[in-house]
Structure formats: structure tokens, C-alpha cells
Design a protein around this ligand. Structure first.
Ligand code: F6P
Length: 306
């Protein structure tokens, strides 16, 4: 997130434009918590996790009255355009503001869930993926030494990208994701293949949806009392820490591209990346269209976890 804020700020200043940072997202726009940024406002930030602008989930912005207050502040501060960095919720808000108050909005995909249509990757996803992989590597030491089955719960809201790809990266035995079959079938498939076969330990990564890891661990405990089952919920440590090089570069490219898009007169689009090329996607499509998980990834995990 900070790498994106830095890139937007510096690319705009490079063009001779003025830049204002809005604190705590929509909440700050409603409250007028807005400060002018200089190039040094974003110094020493590219390596930092979290967001220097802070963030908040705003209930008031969900109401037309809240959005009207936000629009008033946009006029008051003389802002010509908003660059909104966030996931589905932030971009849905951006679209409403654009439609209701004729505001020029450019979206940047910022979510660890990677669930925005029209971009191969979202800012933060690669960092979270690497964090999960490192955690599972550590959990594996206990799983192996104690002959245990671990159900590790991974974030992602309604999407299984983090779960599926971190399962491949960490050599897990299975991934249970919202997109593949029904959840119960996935566990049944895993059990049907023989929980352990030749192995003395197993790691199953589970998306946080529908009861998450606890739910599956309980079921295995009941059906296979002979197994030593443990649960690990990774939680918010997945959302913190210094970003990977990939994420820093992605955020820098998308941030610069958002200013290029404004120069070209683009409005109400999200800037994304496809096949390593910058693309523009209407915000309406980015938030509404489903982004499917490639079946090949499911096949890779199934093939390699024998
Ligand atoms: O959308 C990003 C995300 O980290 C999801 O993966 C997760 O379900 C959610 O946010 C957690 O939100 P909060 O920090 O508000 O509990």
C-alpha cells in the first residue's frame, strides 16, 4: 500500500500537480482529514507494511448522505481526481461516488485476496502469499516431528487464491477453497485419497470461509480419532510486514500508471496488470465479474500431493 501511495504522490508531483493524502479512506474524506503531500511525505515508506495513510471501514460512506459529505469535501479541497487504492469494498465506494457526484476516480487494486477481475495480481497478494508460505514451512516442522495433521486457516474472504497458491508453494497435501466443488466434497476427496498414505504428517490449507479450519479439524477428529489433529489460524499476520520486491514493483508501476491514465483523460477505471502489461479495466467490471481460479492450479496441487 505504501509503495502505491509513494508512486502516485511522486508521479503526480513529477507532472507538476498537487497531491493530497486522505487519511483513513472514506472516513477521512467525510471528516475532511486531508493533508497536502510533498515528495518527502512518502520518503522511507516503500519498505513499510500497513499504510501511512491509515485505513478504516466507513459505515457512513455506505449511505448517500455520507457520500454527499465526501463529495462536498472533494470540492472544498479543490480535488480534480481521486486515486483509490483498495479491494472490492473501496472500489465499489469509488464507483458510487463517481456516479452520484460526477467525480473522476482511478482505482488501484489493493487487497491480499487477489479477487479483483481484470488484473493478474493485486497489491499485497504476493507479500501475503510469501508470509503464509514461511509460516507453513515452520508449522511443518511440528507436523513432521509429531506426526500430526494440521489444518491451517488462510485469509481471502470469498476467494481461494491465497489458499491454493500457498498450498502449492509450501508443498501442502491439500487446499480447501470456496471455488472448488463444495467444501465437504474437498475434504471427502482428501480423506478418500488416504489422509496419510505413505506420509506420517499432513498439512491442509483451508480458506477462512464457512467455519474454516476448525470445522474440518472437528470432522476429522470425529471420523478418525486415531489421528492427532491440530489447527493453526494465521489471522492478521498475513496482512502485515515488509512487502516483497514483486509487490513493491507492482505498486510502483500501477501508481505511475494511474497518473498516466489521468493525463490521458481516463475516468472510472481500475489500473491493473495482465501478462506483465498495464491495462485499464472499467471499475464496474473489476468489482462485478468473477475472477476464477485456474483449474490447472488445482490439478498441480492434486498431482504433487500424492
Ligand atoms: O479483504 C482483505 C481481508 O484481509 C480478508 O482476507 C479478510 O477476510 C478480511 O480482510 C479481514 O478483515 P478485518 O481486518 O476487518 O477483520
Amino acid at each position: 500500500m505504501n509503495a502505491a501511495i509513494r508512486a502516485v504522490t511522486r508521479a503526480a508531483i513529477y507532472e507538476g500537480w498537487r497531491v493530497f493524502g486522505i487519511y483513513r479512506g472514506w472516513e477521512g474524506l467525510i471528516m475532511g482529514d486531508i493533508k497536502e503531500f510533498t515528495s518527502s511525505s512518502v520518503s522511507n515508506t516503500i519498505q513499510r507494511g500497513g499504510t501511512i495513510l491509515k485505513t478504516a471501514r466507513s459505515e457512513e460512506f455506505r449511505t448517500p448522505e455520507g457520500r454527499a459529505k465526501a463529495a462536498e469535501n472533494i470540492k472544498k479541497f479543490g480535488l480534480d481526481a481521486l486515486v483509490v487504492i483498495g479491494g472490492n469494498g473501496s472500489l465499489t465506494g469509488a464507483q458510487l461516488l463517481a456516479r452520484e457526484h460526477d467525480i473522476c476516480v482511478i482505482g488501484l487494486p489493493g487487497t491480499i485476496d487477489n479477487d479483483l477481475y481484470g488484473t493478474d495480481s493485486t497489491i499485497g497478494y504476493d507479500t501475503a502469499l510469501n508470509t503464509i508460505m514461511e509460516c507453513v514451512d515452520k508449522i511443518r516442522d511440528t507436523a513432521n516431528s509429531h506426526d500430526r495433521i494440521f489444518f491451517v486457516e488462510v485469509m481471502g474472504r470469498d476467494a481461494g487464491f491465497l489458499t491454493q497458491n500457498s498450498a502449492i508453494a509450501s508443498g501442502a497435501e491439500a487446499a480447501i477453497i470456496p471455488e472448488d466443488q463444495t467444501d465437504i466434497d474437498q475434504l471427502a476427496t482428501f480423506i478418500g485419497r488416504g489422509i496419510r498414505k505413505s506420509k506420517n504428517s499432513s498439512i491442509v490449507l483451508v480458506s477462512e470461509k464457512d467455519g474454516g479450519a476448525m470445522h474440518y479439524a472437528e470432522r476429522v477428529r470425529q471420523e478418525y480419532p486415531e489421528y492427532n489433529v491440530k489447527v493453526s489460524i494465521l489471522g492478521h499476520l498475513q496482512r502485515g510486514g515488509s512487502p516483497t520486491a514483486y509487490d513493491r514493483i507492482l505498486a510502483s508501476r500501477l501508481g505511475v500508471a494511474s497518473i498516466e491514465a489521468l493525463k490521458e483523460g481516463q475516468r472510472n477505471i481500475m489500473v491493473g496488470i495482465k501478462n506483465d502489461q498495464i491495462v485499464y479495466v472499467p471499475i464496474s467490471r473489476a468489482i462485478k465479474m468473477d475472477k476464477p481460479i485456474d483449474k490447472e492450479l488445482i490439478n498441480v496441487l492434486n498431482t504433487l500431493s500424492i
